[in-house]
Design a protein around this ligand. Structure first.
Ligand SMILES: [Zn+2]
Length: 325
């Protein structure tokens, strides 16, 4: 007879290098589908691949396997990692993870690693969020192991900052209110607003972000309506730099805040404007559902055409516009 308890699975296991690993389960916790001694264990181990089923890396860069989480119920589990990746040689590689429990239940998972000569680098960036679309965007990014940059505001659910950060993305600052009339009426107002969003992000991620994007970009003219002819963008660009921030604009506009109203238009705008042999900083908004809808196809297009996806950091291409005010 089978006794049903709830068992907490404590056998989470992380592999970061290749080889043979043994996983020992903790017992006596809570049981679920507990199999009494003498009865067969029919539950196969579970493997979750960390960092995407397909990973694309540029030839010549370091590759470290992000590993898997493997779980099992009852008994000891063995996890074998088979296959190797030569990041110095262009090619398609496979890494196979095999988990076997003491009752010989076997689960396999395969990761493909593409080492390519990149056609260019794509920095996907998403402004104005979080929103109700951010969760499914993060799901798509996780599926492909693509890291991006979010220029966040205080208008959505703060908890997404934590998820974005924990899933390896860059959480950068866009202002708290995104209210042009306020943030561009004075340098003090701008920094007061920036500090608010900075503190909210830090409360969720534990980190000070020094990467920013101005609402409307550094080239915006809308600030002229509110700054009393003080050329506020010129002053802000100097002041943020003095205070240790790096600001980013973009050189590939999806136009999802302009004329584009469908996922198809967003896809076409982005893919037709990608910079071959260079850097593409793509502007999208994760407050726009149709723009989020285009992301999976943009990633697939990028992978098929040998682009590398990266998140922004302080040393990345900044795609600066000319300042007009
Ligand atoms: Zn914005």
């Amino acid at each position: 007879m089978r006794v049903l308890y709830l068992r907490q699975l404590l056998s989470t296991f992380l592999v970061s290098t290749f080889g043979l690993y043994l996983v020992f389960l903790f017992s006596n916790v809570y049981f679920f589908n507990y199999t009494p001694a003498g009865e067969p264990d029919n539950f196969a181990p579970v493997i979750e691949i960390i960092g995407g089923d397909i990973i694309t890396v540029a030839v010549g860069t370091d590759y470290e396997d992000p590993g898997v989480d493997a779980y099992d119920i009852g008994g000891d589990m063995e996890l074998v990692v088979d296959g190797s990746v030569d990041p110095k040689t262009v090619g398609e590689y496979e890494v196979k993870y095999t988990a076997k429990d003491s009752s010989n239940n076997i689960t396999e998972a395969i990761r493909k690693v593409h080492v390519i000569q990149p056609a260019g680098t794509i920095y996907l960036t998403f402004d104005d969020g979080p929103s109700e679309h951010t969760g499914r965007l993060l799901d798509v990014l996780k599926k492909y192991g693509v890291k991006v940059t979010f220029f966040v505001t205080g208008r959505g659910d703060d908890n997404y900052f934590k998820r974005e950060f924990e899933e390896g993305h860059t959480v950068a600052l866009h202002t708290n209110t995104h209210n042009y009339a306020y943030v561009y009426s004075s340098v003090d107002n701008y920094f007061a607003d920036l500090n608010t969003i900075s503190n909210r992000v830090k409360a969720k991620t534990g980190e000070d972000s020094k990467l920013i994007r101005f609402p409307g970009g550094s080239s915006n003219l809308v600030s002229r309506r509110y700054d009393g002819r003080s050329r506020i963008m010129t002053r802000l660009v100097n002041e943020v730099t003095k205070r240790g921030y790096t600001y980013f604009d973009w050189n590939v506009d999806s136009n999802d805040a302009g004329g584009a109203k469908t996922a198809d238009e967003v896809f076409n705008n982005v893919t037709s404007r990608l910079v071959l042999g260079g850097n593409s900083v793509v502007l999208q908004h994760d407050v726009k559902g149709f723009s989020v809808d285009a992301v999976e196809r943009i990633i697939q297009y990028g992978i098929e055409h040998n682009f590398i996806f990266k998140k922004l950091d302080a040393s990345s291409f900044t795609a600066h516009h000319g300042v007009n005010n």
